[in-house]
Design a protein around this ligand. Structure first.
Ligand code: SF4
Length: 374
């Protein structure tokens, strides 16, 4: 192994870790110790792995192997308990990862609200919102991440590393502690499909988060929805709908030109759901754009016959976004149309509004604040 090439342990699966220790001239069982140290104990440096002989720690370090855990660069604490993290990687790029204690208002896929706090603890379950790309190429018109454009895909290690960094920071150990993961942060996971799926497998097999506790949200990359349905290990599926007809959806989400509602809903209908599983449809309500009762009736028609539920999200306004937040009664009226038609529909609680906690807002806000032009 060359000294010049850097290898991060976080992101390696069992067979890759085994190959690494064998190349270093060690027995394969050492791989288990490395995996345990990285994914369960969440060490930050090889020197901390006390189960390994000192000579092997030195050898790995001299081979250019490091743990490679992402750094927590900033934390923003909201009054509602949400903590928004700016996470930095080796090349200086950053993403956002969000800790939401006491539930998530519905993103987890079960539609439940937060449970009561457990004695001695401020939360009884929590949700981590994970990013999959630096920025995003999808260009949804109501999203601050879209304004960043896409810089690059995250590696599997960078996706898993966000989760490990937060679990360590919050002192949380799944599966004993109830943690849900939602892949709804920056980026479109299905445009970084292989890395995203590898990260999912590592999270299930090595970190200890059950796949039933994970939900991935896609803007509607139809071929990948079909691939995703064939995966042996997969999170639950959420589709970011946001409009009730093609004209409106193309305006709000230009990718609808490539995969329109007919194609999207066909993929949703053919998606192989498990027992009691539903597809979640997310709908960001934009004042007097997509939030009229007529739009809700069109959504009812789109979802007819599907095992689905809807999460309604009143827009979290932000700098550079040309839409407004609807009044509560408009949101309630929209919800009622769906509920009366037999579609479970939940209004997601806004989280961390005081810290710009909508997708992409923290990074964008930090960039604006630190831009030399301002
Ligand atoms: S809403 Fe999601 S898919 Fe759309 S631009 Fe923002 S990050 Fe990308």
């Amino acid at each position: 192994m060359e000294n010049s090439s850097q290898i991060a342990l976080v992101g390696l699966d069992r067979s890759e870790t085994t190959a690494l220790v064998e190349r270093a001239g060690e027995a394969a069982y050492r791989a288990g110790q490395l995996l345990e140290a990285v994914y369960r104990q969440r060490v930050e440096a090889i020197e901390e792995i006390s189960t390994l002989p000192q000579a092997l720690r030195v050898k790995l370090a001299s081979d250019g192997v490091s743990v490679g855990m992402p750094r927590i660069e900033k934390r923003f604490l909201s009054q509602d308990g949400t903590v928004r993290y700016l996470i930095g990687f080796a090349d200086g790029q950053t993403v956002e990862t969000v800790w939401m204690p006491e539930g998530d208002g519905g993103e987890a896929g079960d539609g439940t609200e937060a449970g009561a706090a457990v004695e001695g603890r401020r939360w009884d379950r929590a949700t981590i919102c994970v990013s999959s790309q630096v920025g995003c190429a999808v260009d949804c018109q109501f999203c601050l991440t879209a304004l960043l454009g896409v810089k690059r895909n995250l590696t599997a290690g960078e996706i898993v590393g966000q989760v490990c960094a937060l679990l360590k920071d919050r002192n949380v150990v799944p599966p004993e502690d109830r943690v849900n993961l939602v892949f709804m942060g920056m980026g479109e996971p299905f445009l970084n499909y292989e890395n995203f799926m590898k990260a999912v497998r590592l999270l299930v097999e090595e970190v200890g988060v059950a796949e039933s506790r994970m939900t991935v949200s896609t803007a509607g990359i139809v071929p990948r929805i079909r691939d995703f349905g064939k995966e042996a290990i997969r999170p639950k599926l959420a589709i970011s709908l946001n409009a009730s007809n093609d004209e409106l959806r193309t305006r709000l989400m230009p990718l609808n030109r490539k995969w329109n509602l007919e194609m999207l809903m066909a993929a949703a209908r053919e998606f192989p759901l498990r027992n009691r599983e539903r597809i979640t449809f997310e709908y960001v309500l934009l004042n007097e754009v997509n939030d009229a009762p007529e739009h809700a009736k069109e959504v009812v028609e789109l979802l007819r016959g599907l095992r689905a539920k809807v999460n309604l999200i009143a827009l979290n306004p932000g700098p550079g976004i040309a839409f407004a937040t609807p009044a509560q009664d408009r949101v309630a009226e929209f919800q009622q149309v769906l509920v009366k038609a037999g579609i479970p529909a939940f209004v997601r609680r806004p989280r961390g509004r005081d810290i710009y906690a909508a997708c992409g807002q923290l990074k964008r806000t930090v960039e604006i604040a630190t831009s030399p032009a301002r």
